[in-house]
Design a protein. Structure first.
Length: 194
């Protein structure tokens, strides 16, 4: 790669003292072009598309190097695989949808950052806090509202059917098949006891 390359990924690598390699460029480019919070799986696919090949282990190694150099940030929402993002150097947080796993950035408080002021810092110099908010994204809330309305309609329809069906069973007429069946069952039980 030429030293005067206008490629921003190459410039970023040089700025932190890293050698410019095809795999590092491919990972940084994939992070810049894809979703703001990318999984390793997504990045491996993008690297293979760009380079024609590339192992998952190579992508993991590159991500580790880029994270250690401060070019990439790894976030780990509980119970989910690690995700990588290019937004570094600020103290932002994340919100994760419990339904679809969508994730979005949440800016920290402007000015004084209360999340960096621990009640007891145990002697540590705190420079970052990782907060993950959990909830449901607007799309899932809308889908749930639509599903709830549909379920309410189905429940109301079932309730009407159930109310119509109950009196027919409860008020079986003498001589009907329900009453005959009940009498036969009672006789069979009585015979077994004897």
């Amino acid at each position: 790669m030429e030293r005067g390359s206008p490629d921003p990924a190459a410039a970023a690598l040089r700025r932190v003292g890293l050698r410019v390699t095809a795999s590092r460029l491919a990972v940084l480019t994939a992070l810049g072009a894809g979703a703001p919070h990318a999984s390793v799986e997504m990045l491996v696919g993008a690297v293979r598309e760009r380079l024609g090949d590339g192992s998952a282990q190579t992508v993991y190694n590159v991500l580790r190097t880029l994270t250690d150099a401060g070019l990439v940030r790894r976030i780990e929402p509980a119970g989910r695989p690690g995700l990588y993002e290019l937004r570094v150097g600020d103290n932002h947080h994340h919100v994760v949808c419990r339904s679809c796993d969508a994730i979005a950035d949440v800016d920290c408080a402007v000015g004084d950052t209360p999340c960096l002021t621990a009640a007891d810092d145990s002697g540590y110099e705190i420079d970052e806090a990782e907060v993950i908010f959990w909830g449901r994204c607007p799309a899932c809330l809308a889908a749930m509202a639509g599903s709830s309305a549909e379920l309410n309609q189905v429940d109301r329809a079932r309730g009407v059917q159930h109310q119509l069906a109950e009196p027919a069973v409860a008020t079986a007429q003498p001589g009907s098949s329900a009453t005959s069946h009940q009498k036969e069952t009672a006789r069979e039980e009585k015979d077994r006891r004897v």
